[in-house]
Design a protein around this ligand. Structure first.
Ligand SMILES: [Zn+2]
Length: 375
């Protein structure tokens, strides 16, 4: 089989359309898995097709299933999302999916849950001035955040998923990249502002012989220089060896922790999801690197431009991408991209945004998957 094809299907959409999307994509399109975002930051959708008489949907985010209290007895309390009341939607979805022989991948984005960092400010990333930056989300190096993530995976194991997708499970990665931020237009300054100097990060660096104070001082000086217009703004500023080492030691620490986490439950697949164009973590096997193209962030691109982008991704074997406009203008563009990606070595696909697209998009997806499977 030429790939593992899946559709991102949030539980709030499953609740709204009563599983009709699953029936369509499982029967007609022939998907292999559903990717279910079970822990997220704030989400807003306009689902004209699937939302019935209430197309607007918003959640402040959190845990979108009912956490089992005993799984979190020794860790921080996971804030439950408020949009759902009774019933276990994830169990219902799992049962429906199993009837079609469709597996579940559970997508977890713990760092982006705003209620969590607001309640537990010690989880916050901190800038080079030592200030908390709650909007940037929790820090991936924080031991309490890590234990909460471990407890979440342990708790989710009762749904017997085929695997987990972890979103932005790395340090120096702001959870609020989608909104306008100070110096968002200046990649070098923005990159420096995103480097975390929380107590956990500083501890990791010190253990590896890197002086966090020196790194923080260097970040502040470099930002001043950029502000004075003495340096180019084109890419991330990684020219200072102390800062680079500070960044690298914490990324490595995070990778080692993720590897240990995966060892505790080796049966399930592990995917590390990063947004296209963001700084990427090195090889962290068995975690598979998945690149995600957010809807509206790029596009419309023609087939060749897409193919170039996919081929430029080093050692990426998993892609998450929107199925419809503005990313693709017509079915042929999606068909071509998916085939190119399969040829370039991508084996796992998450198709996103079906719930906000018209039913036509399902036909597009069906064509793309059929064509790719034919090889
Ligand atoms: Zn940190």
């Amino acid at each position: 089989m030429a790939g593992d094809f899946g559709v991102v299907y949030p539980l709030w959409d499953f609740a709204a359309d009563e599983g009709s999307l699953l029936e369509q994509v499982a029967g007609d399109v022939g998907i292999d898995h559903l990717t279910v975002p079970v822990v997220t930051g704030a989400q807003t959708q306009f689902r004209f097709v699937s939302g019935g008489g209430s197309p607007h949907f918003h959640t402040e985010g959190g845990w979108h299933y009912r956490p089992q209290a005993r799984a979190y007895a020794a860790v921080l309390k996971p804030p439950k999302a408020r949009w759902f009341a009774g019933g276990d939607l994830l169990a219902q979805m799992r049962e429906r999916a199993a009837a079609f022989d469709v597996r579940l991948l559970l997508r977890v984005d713990v760092r982006a849950v705003r209620a969590l960092v607001e309640k537990e400010p010690h989880l916050c990333q901190r800038n080079a001035w030592g200030q908390e930056v709650p909007s940037a989300g929790g820090c991936a190096c924080n031991p309490d955040l890590r234990e909460l993530l471990r407890a979440t995976f342990d708790d989710l194991a009762r749904y017997e998923p085929a695997g987990y997708e972890l979103v932005d499970g790395v340090p120096d990665c702001a959870a609020d990249r989608g909104v306008t931020r100070p110096f968002g237009w200046h990649p070098a300054i923005r990159h420096l502002l995103d480097i975390c100097f929380c107590a956990s990060c500083r501890q990791v660096a010190e253990r590896e012989g890197v002086d966090p104070d020196q790194a923080a001082r260097s970040v502040r000086v470099r930002i001043e220089r950029h502000l004075a217009g003495q340096t180019p703004i084109s890419g991330p500023d990684d020219t200072d060896p102390v800062v680079s080492k500070y960044v690298a030691t914490r990324a490595k620490d995070c990778c080692l922790w993720l590897q240990r986490l995966a060892e505790s439950d080796p049966e399930r697949r592990r995917l590390l999801v990063r947004t296209f164009g963001e700084w990427t973590l090195g090889n962290c096997a068995p975690w598979v690197r998945m690149v995600r193209f957010p809807a509206g962030a790029c596009g419309p691109l023609d087939g060749e431009q897409w193919a170039e982008r996919v081929q430029a991704l080093p050692e990426i074997s998993a892609l998450a991408l929107p199925v419809w406009r503005p990313t693709f203008n017509e079915a042929a563009e999606l068909v071509r991209l998916v085939s190119e990606a399969v040829r370039a070595g991508v084996s796992t696909f998450d198709f996103e945004g079906l719930c906000e697209a018209p039913w036509d998009a399902i036909t597009w997806l069906k064509q793309a998957i059929r064509f790719a499977r034919r090889g």
